[in-house]
Design a protein around this ligand. Structure first.
Ligand SMILES: Cc1cc2nc3c(=O)[nH]c(=O)nc-3n(C[C@H](O)[C@H](O)[C@H](O)COP(=O)(O)OP(=O)(O)OC[C@H]3O[C@@H](n4cnc5c(N)ncnc54)[C@H](O)[C@@H]3O)c2cc1C
Ligand SMILES: *[C@@H]1O[C@H](CO)[C@@H](O)[C@H](O)[C@H]1NC(C)=O
Ligand SMILES: *[C@@H]1O[C@H](CO)[C@@H](O)[C@H](O)[C@H]1NC(C)=O
Ligand SMILES: *[C@@H]1O[C@H](CO)[C@@H](O)[C@H](O)[C@H]1NC(C)=O
Ligand SMILES: *[C@@H]1O[C@H](CO)[C@@H](O)[C@H](O)[C@H]1NC(C)=O
Ligand SMILES: *[C@@H]1O[C@H](CO)[C@@H](O)[C@H](O)[C@H]1NC(C)=O
Ligand SMILES: *[C@@H]1O[C@H](CO)[C@@H](O)[C@H](O)[C@H]1NC(C)=O
Ligand SMILES: *[C@@H]1O[C@H](CO)[C@@H](O)[C@H](O)[C@H]1NC(C)=O
Length: 624
């Protein structure tokens, strides 16, 4: 039973199922078991948890604050941490979801939260010729819902992006966002204690902690294989990211360091900060193009909060555009279609960037160099984690290594890495035949992967960092509780460049893995074709394109739906101070403002945006 459930976890971690009542029964049992273990160890004094429930003052029908912040996710957490340093500002933080779960601090088990109310449960619309091997032909578009937001359920991969990335932000007409401008915020927010680091680029006094990821033997061999294949070991958050490294993880003493645990938890008792959970904002109140408050839904009814200074949306790259649209800010024709009175015509939600990834490139070994799942429910593992910050529970998704490289299709950006390869010490088949809940179709599981169960397995996930294709977010309904329509647009670029670059990345991962370092562990590629692609010669371009169109998925890095840019940019929604164009007292502070694809996962950029925004706001109101 347990090995089946544990395996189920790995399976789903990688392909990231969406929350779904019908398949969640086994997960709910596992969640119960993990919770009981933690509580039992806590009661017997073997572990100590640092957590107090969130409480809030009595709620009035109408309340007034200086700032009303919508969303306690990555950016919102950083923002509220810094704004509430000004003790004479009153701040209301409204969060649609609830508190973290008892197990979300534990990296290995935290991803269970994805199958709970802590996930909004978005999936893509059905799109042509993509997700052909995923259930329902839909791509899970997971999003955290709770204090901490997506940083509560993400994979803890710690990446900033490069100098070239941020210099592009500035060159697109966004003064103040060059690398030189944002680097001080990346340094300010972190406490970096990893052994191999570019000290000039790293910080040591911030609330966000970064550590090297848990490693099994296969992680060390991956480094050796990459070095022998021409890559240098680098601190990829330093001077250059091109090269290989242990994965840097967003953990503190081995526990998850989320926006909640590292930014909000330590300051939640500040006097003039009010945090209201289970409070979903349904509308911004606007008069004369000026935001003066919000309406939110809590305990079955609507309340009003007024903002004397500003309303700030930090609801993330899917919900911030949705809230703008519901409030009359967005493409006029779309608003009229839903009977929403247009207030200001802006291209809200019209462009959504994301990173497409292929994560089932698998290998088998003849030796136990990979992750041992049978350790993850042992008391000793919990005790080790809470008391020493060590052991397998520090691992998330068995992710161990990261490598950034440049494909020959890198589209005229020069010097920007466009392919990322992640080394994992497991694969979706890891030691079981459980198929029930895997997000690839049963036919693919049965015919392609099942034969590799009960072996030592590892895998690589390959992501495209600067795809040309992009998606969009639109309203499905004027009802704020109905999920918006999300199109990934994956692999829709007319020249087919994205598929070619991803294929080159897959071949590069194979070149590294099949180089001599892994030979002594009897490495063999899982070369059974993805079911549905057998008609193509294995390893031909046609084969890989077919495989990608079947099982590639999102890395959950949605950006650009409220793009930052000058008024002259027809795609722009906010200016370089993050104020919504044509509006007053309304800002957006989250990953939706990121103007262009990034060579990074988006959690650290989200933290940075929150940090930088807090200074923009302080400069504006505290100068005289
Ligand atoms: C499964 C998964 C794995 C990931 N792995 C990584 C990783 O390893 N490394 C990495 O760097 N990035 C990762 N990411 C991406 C990263 O976590 C996100 O890009 C980042 O957290 C986004 O921050 P944000 O502030 O823009 O939005 P979020 O953190 O999503 O915060 C938005 C918040 O607003 C709340 N909200 C939304 N609507 C409303 C409303 N109407 N009223 C009130 N509140 C509302 C939400 O509930 C949420 O708490 C991952 C994401 C996911 C989902
Ligand atoms: C608020 O505090 C700031 C500094 O923290 C100070 O400059 C300002 O004068 C204060 N404003 C009021 C109204 O007290
Ligand atoms: C809270 O804000 C009010 C003004 O809005 C101020 O008078 C009071 O001193 C603040 N409280 C603290 C603890 O700073
Ligand atoms: C940074 O991390 C180290 C190691 O965990 C710790 O000793 C130190 O106190 C931390 N510094 C801050 C400012 O939190
Ligand atoms: C609308 O706002 C502008 C800018 O603050 C102001 O000049 C104008 O008088 C306002 N109009 C009304 C009707 O309040
Ligand atoms: C995995 O861990 C279990 C429990 O600690 C142990 O009994 C087993 O030998 C380990 N398996 C391998 C292959 O190391
Ligand atoms: C796998 O399936 C076989 C038969 O189909 C069964 O005997 C075995 O117990 C299963 N293993 C697991 C881990 O579920
Ligand atoms: C694994 O395979 C390699 C290469 O064939 C071989 O040298 C090694 O001895 C094998 N190891 C085990 C444990 O069988």
């Amino acid at each position: 039973m347990m090995s089946k459930l544990t395996n189920f976890l790995l399976v789903t971690l990688i392909l990231a199922l969406n929350y779904d009542e019908s398949n969640s029964q086994g997960v709910q049992e596992l969640i119960q078991e993990v919770k009981e273990t933690i509580l039992r160890l806590e009661r017997s004094g073997k572990i100590k948890r640092d957590y107090e429930p969130y409480t809030e003052p009595v709620l009035l029908d109408e309340e007034g604050y200086d700032f009303v912040i919508v969303g306690a996710g990555s950016s919102g957490s950083a923002l509220v941490h810094r704004l509430s340093e000004v003790s004479n500002w009153t701040i209301l933080l409204l969060e649609a979801g609830g508190e973290p779960e008892i197990y979300t601090d534990i990296p290995f088990w935290s991803r269970l939260a994805e199958y709970t109310q802590l996930n909004w449960g978005y999936v893509s619309e059905k799109e042509d010729n993509i997700a052909l091997g995923l259930k329902d032909q839909r791509i899970p578009l997971t999003r955290g819902k709770g204090i901490g937001g997506s940083s509560l359920i993400n994979s803890l991969i710690y990446t900033r992006g490069t100098k070239e990335d941020y210099n592009r932000w500035e060159s697109l007409g966004n003064p103040g966002w060059s690398y030189e401008d944002v680097l001080p915020y990346f340094k300010k927010l972190e406490n970096c204690t990893i052994p191999i680091r570019d000290d000039l680029y790293r910080g040591h006094d911030g609330p966000i902690s970064v550590q090297d990821a848990y490693q099994t033997k296969s992680g060390d061999v991956f480094i050796e294989a990459a070095e022998n294949s021409g890559y240098k070991y680098v601190d990829y958050n330093g001077r250059t990211n091109k090269g290989v490294s242990y994965m840097q993880h967003n953990t503190k003493n081995g526990l998850r360091c989320s926006g909640e645990s590292c930014y909000i938890r330590p300051i939640k008792h500040r006097k003039n900060l009010t945090i209201r959970k289970n409070s979903q904002v349904t509308k911004i109140l606007i008069r004369n193009n000026t935001a003066y408050g919000v309406e939110f839904f809590k305990n079955g009814r609507i309340y009003t909060a007024f903002a004397n200074k500003e309303v700030i949306l930090s609801a993330g790259a899917i919900n911030s555009p949705q809230i703008l649209l519901l409030s009359g800010i967005g493409p006029k024709h779309q608003l009229l279609k839903f009977g929403i009175k247009p207030i200001h015509n802006l291209p809200v939600g019209q462009k959504m960037h994301d990173h497409i990834a292929y994560s089932v490139l698998g290998y088998t070994f003849n030796d136990s160099i990979t992750f041992n799942f049978s350790e993850t429910l042992k008391d000793e593992s919990f005790i080790n984690l809470y008391n020493k910050g060590e052991g397998p529970l520090r691992s998330i998704n068995t992710v161990q290594n990261i490598l950034f490289t440049r494909s020959s299709f890198e589209p005229n950006l020069q010097r920007v890495t466009d392919v990322e390869i992640i080394g994992l010490s497991g694969h979706i088949v890891s030691s079981s035949n459980n198929t029930g809940e895997i997000e690839v179709t049963n036919a693919i599981y049965e015919n392609t992967f099942k034969q590799y169960s009960n072996q030592f397995v590892g895998s690589c996930a390959i992501a495209l960092l600067h795809p040309k294709s992009y998606g969009r977010v639109e309203l499905r309904s004027a009802d704020p509780f109905v999920h918006p329509k999300i199109y990934t647009g994956f692999l829709t670029d007319p020249e087919g460049r994205d598929a070619k670059a991803l294929i080159e990345g897959i071949r590069e991962a194979n070149r590294i893995m099949l180089s001599p370092a892994f030979e002594k562990y009897g490495i063999k590629p899982m070369d059974t074709p993805i079911y549905g692609c057998q008609q193509h010669e294995y390893d031909s371009d046609e084969y890989w394109e077919c495989a990608i169109r079947h099982v590639a998925h999102s890395f959950f890095h949605y950006t650009t739906t409220c793009k930052m840019g000058p008024e002259s940019d027809p795609e722009a929604v906010v200016d370089s101070k993050l104020k919504v164009h044509g509006m007053r007292r309304l800002r957006i502070v989250d990953t939706s403002i990121i103007p262009i694809t990034l060579s990074a996962h988006t959690n650290l950029p989200a933290f940075m945006v929150g940090e930088k925004a807090s200074d923009l706001i302080k400069e504006e109101y505290l100068l005289d």
